[in-house]
Design a protein around this ligand. Structure first.
Ligand SMILES: Nc1ncnc2c1ncn2[C@@H]1O[C@H](COP(=O)(O)OP(=O)(O)OP(=O)(O)O)[C@@H](O)[C@H]1O
Length: 288
């Protein structure tokens, strides 16, 4: 993998530190040599990736490339055939069970389409992880649910609604509120702006950036949204042929000569996201 100005320089408490642009950065998610497949099909083929503490990492790649598969593998919803995944320094396969459970409490996940429980109200959806992991009085959980709703720009009037009564943008916000229920260090977002209009998507991007800054979150974001990549992502990792082909800043993406990156980041839609001429002819995005 081409890692921009990044070089491993040691391990501390099981967590790798990387020297990037002269600054030591803590690797909060470390994916090494991971293979994931279904039947004869290998989707992730000896994939390596580092995610640094406090960054918003955009994870891109063609449709069906395996972006969601990697996210689901990291959070333990899909099995890997081989390789190693460490989160917060804990090996998520061979680490002590108590340590793995403790790490699972320190991440929140926003799945594609929101994935709220349709038979539960907004309040019950947000409180679902609290019930699973914390033993708190109902009144306190109610106060916490309102606080989470306010964090994502909604108020208590949404508490008793069912998912079917919410707009697409509200569904995303409630899902984000649920992912924040346990005050996580890391948030995994699977295409958070898909299905939103450009204004709604821009607002959601701003919300993610604000939360990342105020809460010090690390954000792993699967996305196709070029505006999100330009406006909120600190770094981008590109998945091609089951591996991370390039990882780095938007400048690195724009300077890359990799054919998939050139088509994706210099195509018509990308020029639109950069505010450049979108009328010029653009190469089609290849399907890796
Ligand atoms: N549980 C599963 N069982 C079998 N195949 C699966 C499973 N989950 C994913 N796949 C396959 O793995 C491949 C990668 O899927 P994935 O959802 O990760 O793609 P993606 O890069 O997120 O695509 P998109 O951008 O279109 O959402 C696809 O071919 C998909 O059909």
């Amino acid at each position: 993998m081409a890692q921009e100005n990044g070089q491993e320089n040691g391990q501390a408490n099981g967590q790798a530190n990387v020297q990037a642009n002269g600054k030591a950065r803590e690797v909060i998610i470390e994916v090494r040599d991971v293979v994931v497949g279904f039947g004869d099909r290998v989707v992730l083929n000896h994939l390596d990736l580092d995610v640094y503490r406090g960054e918003i990492l955009g994870f891109v790649g063609g449709s069906g490339a395996g972006k969601s598969v990697l996210m689901r593998t990291i959070v333990g919803l899909l099995p890997k055939r081989s390789g190693q995944i460490k989160v917060l320094g804990v090996d998520m396969t061979s680490g002590p069970e108590a340590a793995r459970h403790a790490v699972e409490r320190r991440w929140g996940v926003l799945f594609q389409q929101g994935a709220l429980f349709s038979s539960l109200t907004v309040k019950e959806n947000i409180q679902f992880p609290m019930r699973e992991y914390l033993k708190l009085p109902q009144r306190l959980m109610d106060e916490m649910a309102v606080a989470k709703l306010e964090m994502v720009g909604l108020d208590a009037t949404a508490m008793d609604k069912f998912p079917s009564e919410l707009s697409g943008g509200m569904t995303k916000r409630v899902s984000l509120a649920r992912s924040l229920a346990l005050d996580p260090d890391i948030v995994f977002l699977d295409e958070p702006t898909s299905g939103l209009d450009p204004i709604g998507a821009g607002d959601f991007d701003s919300l993610i950036a604000t939360l990342q800054k105020t809460l010090g979150l690390t954000v792993f974001m699967v996305t196709h949204d070029l505006d999100s990549l330009h406006t909120v992502c600190d770094r981008i990792a590109v998945l091609v042929d089951g591996k991370v082909a390039v990882a780095g800043t938007m400048e690195t993406m724009l300077a890359s000569t990799h054919p998939w990156l050139r088509a994706y980041f210099h195509g018509k839609r990308s020029r639109g996201a950069q505010g450049l001429d979108s009328k010029a002819d653009a190469a089609p995005i290849p399907t890796p």
